[in-house]
Design a binder for this molecule. Structure first.
Ligand SMILES: O=C(O)CCC(=O)C(=O)O
Length: 300
């Protein structure tokens, strides 16, 4: 039975839009990632890497409790926490995903994306791979299992998982909204935090009388943004001093080829790939086996 069937959300109980009451009480949900045991094909830039098979289960927190965050044109629900014991998931994603530090040029200016990124998925048109500027990568089983749970809770459907890794407080994302036409009108976007807490700021795009909404996003949080939120608000993760590393996963649905091309261009790009090995990011060529990477990271 879908988790979403258990969910009931209350009207906000104070002016901040937060509802303090625990809401839904679904039965405990256990997810067992069904990953291949030894090798993991992670996409066109990363042929096949040997990774430690994950031997952990993921539990959706029970009772699952969603807080409404409502303001002018703002419609969000925060599940805190969404997952129990997310540490192994964090470590596993950090160490097994291929990461990119994308550089691109806009109007003659070179932009260095200030965080590590990677992406999986393909738009609804599901075209032949040759229709795309880069070959789309299927969502790996672990991320697909997470996506299924997020879909159940949010009632939305997704075909992309965008992954961000903020290595330190200098990594950030400036004010923007996920309002591209390839997401369709009023897209629902679900955002999961793993690891360190980061500030999350939102501002109304046109009405300056609406106060900036400031919160933090914590380990295992799931924030669902929906309705007019993307059309009317911008969000950001500002730079900070001395913050622990953080992974963010956003689940989205792209409706056409432009979405797929955009997401691979800005989250994979054409530059080098990085692996998190021995506690740090190591720039590598895709064909470099993990054993060589481990040696490289051990070198002084
Ligand atoms: O890291 C976050 O919480 C926000 C990420 C984000 O806004 C994005 O990827 O568009």
């Amino acid at each position: 039975m879908s988790i979403a069937r258990f969910l009931k959300r209350k009207a906000p109980s104070d002016e901040s839009g937060y509802s303090e009451e625990p809401l839904a009480e679904p039965s405990a949900k256990r997810m067992k990632p069904t990953l291949p045991s030894c090798t993991f094909a992670l996409g066109f830039h990363a042929p096949t890497f040997t990774v430690t098979p994950p031997s952990f289960s993921l539990n959706i927190h029970s009772p699952l409790s969603g807080k409404d965050i409502i303001d002018k044109d703002l419609d969000m629900v925060l599940y805190r926490p969404f997952l129990d014991s997310p540490r192994q998931l964090y470590n596993y994603l950090l160490e097994s995903l291929p990461w990119y530090r994308v550089r691109y040029t806009v109007r003659g200016m070179t932009i260095n994306t200030p965080r590590y990124t990677t992406v999986y998925g393909k738009d609804m048109m599901n075209g032949v791979d040759t229709a795309y500027q880069k070959k789309p990568r299927p969502i790996p089983p672990l991320l697909a299992a997470l996506k299924d749970e997020v879909e159940r809770v949010s009632g939305a459907s997704f075909n992309f998982v965008l992954c961000n890794f903020y290595a330190d407080g200098k990594d950030s994302i400036s004010y923007h909204s996920d309002d591209e036409s390839f997401l369709g009108p009023d897209p629902t976007i679900a955002s999961m935090t793993l690891g360190g807490t980061r500030a999350f700021h939102m501002k109304h795009k046109t009405d300056r009388s609406v106060p900036v909404f400031k919160t933090d996003l914590r380990d295992a949080d799931l924030l669902i943004m929906r309705g007019k939120t993307q059309a009317c608000w911008e969000h950001s993760v500002p730079k900070r001093a001395n913050v622990p590393p953080r992974i963010n996963l956003t689940f989205r649905k792209a409706i056409n080829v432009r979405g797929t091309n955009n997401y691979y261009r800005y989250n994979v790009g054409d530059g080098p790939m990085f692996r998190y090995v021995g506690g740090k990011m190591v720039e590598t060529k895709p064909e470099l086996p993990l054993a060589d990477l481990l040696e490289k990271s051990a070198a002084p």
